[in-house]
Design a protein around this ligand. Structure first.
Ligand SMILES: *Cc1c(COP(=O)(O)O)cnc(C)c1O
Length: 373
C-alpha cells in the first residue's frame, strides 16, 4: 500500500526566518571518502581531559536513574569560588551554545536586529535568525574586531550584540580598553553578549575585563565553556554571568536539567584543576607561536597567519597553494582542519594547535605543499 498525503498544500509550513538558516557545519572528523582523521577542526583540547575531571565523571555515573541537580548548585559554587563571582548570578547551559541561543530568544525577535562582526562565530547568525531577528554584520578591521564599526552599525532596532573575545574563527583579541569603550557606547537596553570561549588561553594580564564589567553593568552577559581548555566538549557544558535580572530571565527559557549529573561533577573537578588548565595553556601558547613562525616563513608562497590568542590559527592562502588544496593535502597526512568558505573565508584554513607531534607534522606538510605548488 502506498502512503499518500491527502492534500500536500496542508503540510506544516516552517517560519520564513527558519528557512533562511543554514545549519551549523561541525568540524570534520573524516575525509570526504570516509577515512577517519585526527581532529584539528573543532578547537578541542588535543591533550584530552584532566585526570581529576575524568575520575569525577566516571564516579558520577553510579546513579543514572535520577535527574541531575536542576540548579547545578555545586557547579555554580565552584565557578563562583574560582572567579570570585556570586553563584546566584551564574547560569549554565548545554554548552555555551544554549546560552547564546537563549540570550537571543529572550531579548530579540521579529523586527529586531542582532549585531556581530564579520568573521564572527557561526552560531550568532543561527541564533539571530532562529528567533526571527535580523542579523546585522559590522565590517572587520584586518580580520579583527573594529569597535567603531560595531558602534556605527547600532540602530534603534538593535537588541543584542554578540562578540567573541578572543574571536573564532580569526583568533584575534580585542583589548580591555576596547571592550570597555564598546560597552560604554552601547545603549543600556542592548544586551552585550561577550563570548569568552577561549579566555582560559589568555595570560592574566590579557584578560578583557568582561567579568569585571558584568559585576556592575546591567546589560552584559559573559559566557564561558568547558568544551575548550577544560577538555569536556563531549559533555556539553557552558556557563554565563550577568546581572540578577538577566539571569532570572534566562532561567525561564533554558531547558530543564540542561547539564547532566556526570557533566556537572566533571566540570566542578575541571574548574578546580588549575594545573591541567595551566599545562594546556602553556602547551598551546608554545606550539601556537612555533606554528605561527613556521607559517610566517612561508610568506613568499602567499601564506599568512592572523595573530591569535586562542588554541587555533587562521592561515590565509593567497599564493599558488589554496586553502582547499591545503586542507585536502592535510587529509593525506591524517589531519582534519577547517576550511571556511561558508564563513566568507574561502582562502582561510583554521587549524587547532595539536600535540607537539601533530603540530610538527602539520607544519612539515604545509611547507612541502607550499614549496611544491
Ligand atoms: C567553541 C565555542 C563556543 C563553545 O561552544 P559550546 O557550546 O560551549 O561547546 C562558544 N563560542 C565560541 C566562539 C566558540 O568557538
Amino acid at each position: 500500500m502506498t502512503e499518500t498525503i491527502a492534500n500536500p498544500a496542508t503540510k506544516p509550513a516552517p517560519k520564513d526566518w527558519i528557512l533562511g538558516i543554514s545549519a551549523y557545519v561541525p568540524g570534520k572528523a573524516a575525509a570526504d571518502d570516509g577515512r577517519p582523521l585526527i581532529k584539528l577542526s573543532a578547537n578541542e583540547n588535543p591533550l584530552g581531559t584532566g585526570a581529576a575531571a575524568r575520575a569525577a565523571l566516571v564516579a558520577a555515573t553510579a546513579d543514572l536513574a535520577t535527574y541531575p541537580d536542576p540548579g547545578a548548585t555545586k557547579l555554580r559554587e565552584a565557578i563562583g569560588a574560582v572567579h570570585g563571582l556570586d553563584p546566584e548570578r551564574i547560569i549554565y547551559g548545554t554548552g555555551s551554545d544554549e546560552l547564546l541561543h537563549i540570550a537571543a530568544s529572550a531579548y530579540a525577535g521579529p523586527g529586531d536586529e542582532i549585531l556581530y562582526v564579520r568573521y564572527g562565530f557561526a552560531v550568532y547568525d543561527i541564533a539571530a535568525r532562529r528567533v526571527g531577528a535580523t542579523p546585522v554584520i559590522a565590517p572587520d578591521k584586518d580580520y579583527a574586531t573594529d569597535v567603531d564599526a560595531l558602534l556605527a552599525a547600532v540602530t534603534d532596532k538593535t537588541r543584542v550584540v554578540f562578540l567573541a573575545n578572543p574571536n573564532n574563527p580569526t583568533g584575534t583579541m580585542t583589548s580591555r580598553e576596547e571592550i570597555a569603550r564598546l560597552h560604554a557606547g552601547l545603549r543600556p537596553d542592548i544586551l552585550f553578549v561577550l563570548d569568552q570561549a577561549y579566555a582560559e588561553y589568555l595570560d592574566a594580564d590579557e584578560d578583557d575585563g568582561g567579568l569585571e564589567l558584568a559585576r556592575s553593568a546591567s546589560n552584559i552577559f559573559v559566557t564561558r565553556t568547558f568544551s575548550k581548555i577544560h577538555g569536556l566538549a563531549a559533555e556539553r557544558i557552558g556557563w554565563g554571568y550577568a546581572s540578577a535580572d538577566v539571569i532570572d530571565i534566562l532561567h525561564r527559557i533554558r531547558a530543564p536539567f540542561n547539564v547532566t549529573t556526570a557533566g556537572q561533577a566533571a566540570a566542578v573537578a575541571a574548574i578546580n584543576d588549575s594545573e591541567w588548565v595551566a599545562f594546556s595553556r602553556t602547551h598551546t601558547a608554545r606550539w601556537r607561536e612555533w606554528l605561527a613562525g613556521e607559517v610566517a616563513a612561508l610568506s613568499n608562497h602567499g601564506l599568512r597567519v592572523v595573530p591569535s590568542k586562542t588554541n587555533f590559527l587562521l592561515i590565509l592562502f593567497d599564493g599558488k597553494l589554496t586553502a582547499e588544496a591545503a586542507m585536502k593535502g592535510l587529509w593525506d597526512e591524517g589531519y582534519a582542519t577547517r576550511w571556511l568558505p561558508g564563513q566568507g573565508l574561502p582562502n582561510g584554513l583554521r587549524i587547532t594547535i595539536g600535540t607537539k607531534a601533530q603540530t610538527r607534522a602539520v607544519a612539515a606538510k604545509l611547507r612541502a605543499m607550499a614549496e611544491a605548488a
